[in-house]
Design a protein around this ligand. Structure first.
Ligand code: AMP
Ligand code: GLY
Length: 764
C-alpha cells in the first residue's frame, strides 16, 4: 500500500527529508507544509502552528504519516494532537520532547539514568545562581532553560560576563520565559560530536555521527548560529560509536520508556569528548539542521520504511544500512547580516551542480519566476566523497561560485579533520621580500564571512569595494544629523594577547573603544573601519581578531564596512600585531553632548570598567615582566592575571541607552589614557573643574595589584589608569535618581563639578 506523507517544516532539513522520502517505492502523495522553494512541487499552505488545521488536512487528504522536522511543534504537542486524532506521527510527544524543550528536565533525567554530563544546577533566582557561581571552582556555561532558537547558550569568558548573563536572563528577561529558569553548568572542553538515532519508544538504532560548526565565522569565531556546515561520519570515531549509542541513546530511550513517556522519533545527542570521557551537552528531539543533510544521504535503507517502523514500534525487526567508505559534507550559504539581521529577498541564480553535489534549499521562496531568499541560512551545498577532504572539495567547487556581496559561507568547514589549504601562486617577488600573497588571499577568504555578517540594508557596497558605501537615508529619523568620527588603536595590549593566545577580545576592544568615544558625544555608531598590521600575517589570528570586531559591531548595531590587513615585515617586529580602527556615528544636533548646561553642583556618576580597557598596557607589561600570566590574580583567584589584563574593553552603549533617551545625562567622559584626572576636564565648560572623591569606590583587584607592583603614587595612578571607573556620566542633582534607575547596573556618585579648573582628588 502506498503511504501519503505530510512533512512539517520549511528549512534545509525538511528539503533533505523530502528528498530522502522521495526515493521510496512506497511513497504515495507527498506534501510539505509550509516548505520552501526546493520543495515547491509538494508545498501546501497550512498554518503549521494550528494543530487542528494540520489534523483536518490529514483527514481530508488521507495522510498516513506526518514527519515533523523542527522542535517547536513537537515541544508544543503536535504529536499528541495528531495521535488523539488517530493520525500516525513520526516525532516525540510533548512529554518526551521535554528532553530538548527543557534543559533542566534533560539534566535531571540524565542524572536519574546515569547518563554522564557536566556538573550543573538550575535556578530561578539571581541570588541563588550567583551564590552557586561563586562557590563553583571552574568555568561555566549559562543556559536559558527553554527553547531559544539556538540563542539560549552563553559561554562567558569571565566571571563578570557569567554574572551579567544570569542577570540578563533571570532579571531583565532578555529571552522572555525561556530564561525564567537558568541552568548553570561546568564548561566542558574537547571535541564536539553529534550522534543521531531513530527510536520507536523501546528500541533505538544509530544513524551515525556528524559534526556541525555553530559559529558564524572561520576559525569558530563570531556568534552562534543554527549551524554553518556539517559532515558525517566524524573520522576516527567508528570504534567508540557503539559505546556512545549505548550510553547516550539507548539509556535515554530506555529511561523515557521506564518513566512512562516513551520516545518516538529522531534522538540527537550533542556529546563533548572530554579528557575524562564523553559527556552529554544536550539532547535534541529531531534531526539537526544542517546535520540531516549529511546523515540522510548516507542511509542505504528506505527512509520511509524506517520512519514507518519507528512510528509503529517495529524497529526491532528493522535494519539500517549506512554506506561504508563515503563521507558527506555540507556548507551553508547564508545571507549577509546572518545571524543578526540577514538581508532578505536576495535573488538566487540557477545552480548547476556537478555529479556528487546537490543543492538543498533552506530559507528560500518563489517570487514570480524568481527564487529569492527569505531568511539567514539560504542554501546548503551537499557533496559526498571517499573521505572528508574529497567531499569538501566537491562542495567548495560549487560554494566558491556562489559567494557574492550578499551571500557568504564559511571556508573552513571540516577544519579539525581536513584543514583546507588555500591554493595560490608559488614563490613570488613578494614572497622573496617576506610578504606572502597566499597568506593575504587566505586572510581575505577567512574574514569575508565575519565582515559580511555585520551588513544590513544600510550597506550599499562593502566587502571587496574600494570604499565602503553607507546609505545616509538610514539617518532620516534625525532632524539635523551630525556625523561623529573617532579613531584609535589597542596599543600594546596585542603583545599580551599573543602571549596567552587570546585574540577575539582584541577585535571587540577596538570596536567598543570607538563605540564609547562616539557615545560621549551622544552619537550612535553607524560604521567602522579597521586596520590589522603585522610583520607577517597569520590568517587564523587575523580571522579571530576580525571575528571579534564583527561580533562587537553587530552588538552595537553598526556595520564593519571596510578595513585593511597589512603585512609589513620591516616596519613591525616579528610576532607583533597592531590593531586600530575608525568609528563613525551620528547624533541629532539637539542631542549633542556635552550639554552647555553643565554647571557646578552637577554630579559625577561612575560606571564600572571591565579592566584596563585599552590603556596602561606598556606599564603593565613592564611591571609584570617575568611573571607567569597564567597565575591567579592576587585578590581574585577566579581569573588568571592574563585573563584579567585581556578582559574586553566594555561598551557602554546598552547601559546608557535609556538614560540618554530620557535626556538625563548632560555629559559623558570615557576614561581612557590619562585616567579620570585628564579626561574629565575634556567635557567641562570654561570655569568648571571637578572634585573626585577617591574613597567613593574601591579599586578592583587588578588595579590594586598593578599599582602596588609599579609603586605608583595615588595621584599618578589616577593620572594613568581608569582604576575601575570606565565611564563617567555628568548628571544634574535633581536627575540623579532617575538617571541611576535608567542605568541597569550599579553606579556610584564619585564626585561633583565645581567652580575652578582641572580635577582635584579628595579622600575621606
Ligand atoms: P546548544 O544551543 O545547546 O546546542 O549549545 C550551543 C553550543 O554551546 C554547543 O554546541 C556547545 O559548543 C556549547 N556548549 C553547550 N553546553 C556546553 C558545556 N557544558 N560546555 C562547553 N560548551 C557547551
Ligand atoms: N545544527 C544544530 C541543530 O540543529 O541544533
Amino acid at each position: 500500500m502506498k503511504v501519503n506523507v505530510l512533512v512539517i517544516g520549511s528549512g534545509g532539513r525538511e528539503h533533505a527529508i523530502t528528498t530522502a522520502l522521495s526515493t521510496s517505492p512506497r511513497l504515495g502523495e507527498l506534501n510539505v507544509a509550509p516548505g520552501n522553494a526546493g520543495t515547491i512541487a509538494h508545498n501546501v499552505d497550512i498554518d503549521v502552528t494550528d494543530f487542528e488545521a494540520i489534523a483536518s488536512f490529514c483527514v481530508d487528504r488521507s495522510i498516513d504519516l506526518v514527519v515533523v522536522g523542527p522542535e517547536q511543534p513537537l515541544v508544543s504537542g503536535l504529536a499528541d494532537s495528531l495521535s488523539e486524532a488517530g493520525i500516525r506521527c513520526f516525532g516525540p510527544s510533548a512529554a518526551a520532547a521535554q528532553l530538548e524543550g527543557s534543559k533542566s528536565f534533560a539534566r535531571e533525567f540524565a542524572a536519574r539514568h546515569g547518563i554522564p554530563g557536566p556538573r550543573c544546577e538550575s535556578f530561578t533566582s539571581v541570588e541563588s545562581a550567583l551564590k552557586w557561581l561563586h562557590d563553583f571552582d571552574g568555568r561555566v556555561v549559562v543556559k536559558a532553560d527553554g527553547l531559544a532558537g539556538g540563542k539560549g547558550v552563553i559561554i562567558p569568558e569571565t566571571r563578570v560576563e557569567a554574572e551579567r548573563a544570569i542577570f540578563d536572563l533571570l532579571s531583565a528577561r532578555t529571552m522572555g520565559d525561556a530564561g525564567a529558569t537558568v541552568v548553570l553548568e561546568e564548561r566542558l572542553e574537547g571535541e564536539e560530536l553529534s550522534l543521531f538515532g531513530i527510536a520507536d519508544g523501546a528500541d533505538v538504532i544509530s544513524l551515525g555521527t556528524a559534526q556541525d560548526h555553530k559559529r558564524v565565522g572561520d576559525g569558530d569565531t563570531g556568534p552562534n548560529t543554527g549551524g554553518m556546515g556539517a559532515f558525517s561520519p566524524v573520522p576516527g570515531k567508528a570504534d567508540i560509536e557503539p559505546e556512545l549509542v549505548e550510553r547516550f541513546l539507548r539509556a535515554a530511550v530506555s529511561g523515557m520508556a521506564a518513566e512512562g513517556t516513551p520516545y518516538v522519533g529522531v534522538l540527537y545527542a550533542g556529546i563533548m569528548l572530554t579528557d575524562s570521557g564523553p559527556r552529554l551537552i544536550e539532547y535534541n528531539c529531531r534531526f539537526g539542521d544542517p546535520e540531516a543533510q549529511v546523515i540522510l544521504p548516507l542511509l542505504d535503507s528506505d527512509v520511509l520504511e524506517l520512519v514507518l517502523a519507528a512510528a509503529d514500534g517495529n524497529l526491532a525487526k528493522t535494519d539500517v544500512k549506512i554506506v561504508d567508505g563515503v563521507t558527506a559534507a555540507t556548507v551553508v550559504v547564508a545571507a549577509a547580516g546572518y545571524p543578526t539581521s540577514p538581508a532578505m529577498a536576495i535573488p538566487i541564480p540557477e545552480i548547476h551542480a556537478p555529479a556528487g553535489v546537490s543543492v538543498i534549499h533552506s530559507s528560500t521562496r518563489v517570487d514570480g519566476d524568481q527564487v529569492v531568499s527569505c531568511g539567514g541560512r539560504v542554501l546548503n551545498v551537499v557533496g559526498t566523497g571517499t573521505d572528508l577532504a574529497a567531499a569538501l572539495d566537491n562542495v567548495y567547487s560549487v560554494v566558491d561560485e556562489m559567494r557574492s556581496d550578499q551571500l557568504f559561507a564559511r571556508s573552513d568547514i571540516g577544519w579539525r579533520h581536513a584543514p583546507r589549504s588555500v591554493t595560490g601562486s608559488a614563490a613570488t617577488a613578494y614572497a622573496q621580500a617576506g610578504v606572502s600573497l597566499d597568506a593575504a588571499a587566505e586572510v581575505g577568504d577567512r574574514i569575508a564571512g565575519a565582515v559580511i555578517s555585520t551588513h544590513d540594508e544600510r550597506v550599499v557596497a562593502g566587502h571587496g569595494s574600494f570604499g565602503g558605501v553607507f546609505d545616509l537615508a538610514s539617518l532620516s529619523g534625525l532632524d539635523d544629523p551630525l556625523l561623529v568620527a573617532t579613531t584609535d588603536g589597542v596599543g600594546t595590549k596585542t603583545i599580551l594577547a599573543e602571549q596567552i593566545d587570546s585574540w577575539e577580545g582584541i577585535g571587540a576592544d577596538i570596536v567598543n573603544h570607538g563605540v564609547n568615544d562616539v557615545l560621549v558625544q551622544g552619537a550612535s555608531p553607524l560604521f567602522f573601519l579597521d586596520t590589522v598590521a603585522a610583520a607577517s600575517l597569520d590568517a587564523t589570528v587575523v580571522a579571530r581578531i576580525v571575528g571579534g570586531m564583527a561580533e562587537a559591531c553587530r552588538a552595537a548595531g553598526c556595520v564593519l564596512i571596510g578595513g585593511e590587513t597589512a603585512e609589513m615585515p620591516d616596519v613591525l617586529s616579528t610576532g607583533a600585531v597592531d590593531v586600530s580602527g575608525t568609528m563613525i556615528g551620528a547624533v541629532d544636533r539637539a542631542n549633542l553632548l556635552p550639554r552647555t548646561s553643565i554647571a557646578p553642583g552637577d554630579l559625577l556618576v561612575g560606571l564600572a570598567s571591565s579592566g584596563l580597557h585599552t590603556n596602561g598596557y606598556s606599564l603593565a607589561r613592564k611591571v609584570l615582566s617575568g611573571m607567569d600570566l597564567h597565575d591567579p590574580l592576587p585578590g581574585d583567584e577566579d581569573v588568571s592575571i592574563g585573563q584579567a589584563l585581556l578582559a574586553v574593553h566594555r561598551s557602554y552603549l546598552q547601559p546608557l541607552k535609556q538614560a540618554l533617551a530620557d535626556d538625563l545625562i548632560s555629559g559623558l567622559v570615557h576614561i581612557t589614557g590619562g585616567g579620570l584626572v585628564e579626561n574629565i576636564p575634556r567635557v567641562l565648560p570654561e570655569g568648571c573643574g571637578a572634585i573626585v572623591e577617591t574613597s567613593s569606590w574601591t579599586w578592583p583587584p587588578l588595579f590594586r595589584f598593578l599599582v602596588g607592583l609599579a609603586g605608583l603614587h595615588r595621584v599618578e595612578a589616577h593620572q594613568t589608569l581608569n582604576l575601575g571607573i570606565g565611564m563617567v556620566a555628568i548628571v544634574a542633582p535633581d536627575q540623579l535618581d532617575r538617571a541611576q534607575q535608567a542605568i541597569p547596573e550599579p553606579t556610584k556618585v564619585i564626585g561633583r563639578v565645581v567652580k575652578g579648573r582641572g580635577v582635584a582628588l579628595a579622600s575621606g
